[in-house]
Design a protein. Structure first.
Length: 131
């Protein structure tokens, strides 16, 4: 079963986007392992293939791998789900964990700056993930 989370909207604003609950779990897991600036973007309105992106980064390849492993472990513990596909673990510059309805991107800091997904998807609402 896939659960979703809706962030409450401020009075007088549009309804907040709905994203899979595991996105919040992934962002919190990355934050707990000192991931740099975890972000959850609700890209479902702009991108038909997935509902959300979780983006975080680290300063070295070993930390990138650690973050990817921790996110995978936390999502599995919370929901029993594993990614359908994992890419990028070999060089650990950009690890992608594809869960279908959401995708986790764990970047090396330089790669995150270079690809700048937050700018590319600037029209996608950010979803609050912290407590």
């Amino acid at each position: 079963m896939i659960t979703t989370t809706t962030t409450p909207a401020a009075p007088g604003t549009a309804p907040a986007p709905t994203v899979p609950h595991e996105c919040l779990v992934a962002a919190r897991a990355a934050d707990a392992k000192s991931g740099t600036d975890p972000v959850v973007l609700a890209v479902g309105e702009q991108l038909a293939v997935t509902d959300a992106f979780v983006i975080t980064s680290a300063s070295n390849p070993r930390h990138v791998r650690t973050l990817a492993e921790e996110v995978e472990r936390a999502v599995k513990a919370e929901s029993g789900r594993s990614p359908a596909r994992v890419e990028g673990l070999d060089d650990a510059r950009w690890v992608l964990l594809d869960y279908g309805d959401f995708v986790v991107h764990v970047f090396l800091d330089e790669a995150r700056t270079y690809y700048d997904l937050e700018h590319l998807w600037a029209g996608a609402p950010r979803v609050a993930w912290d407590a």
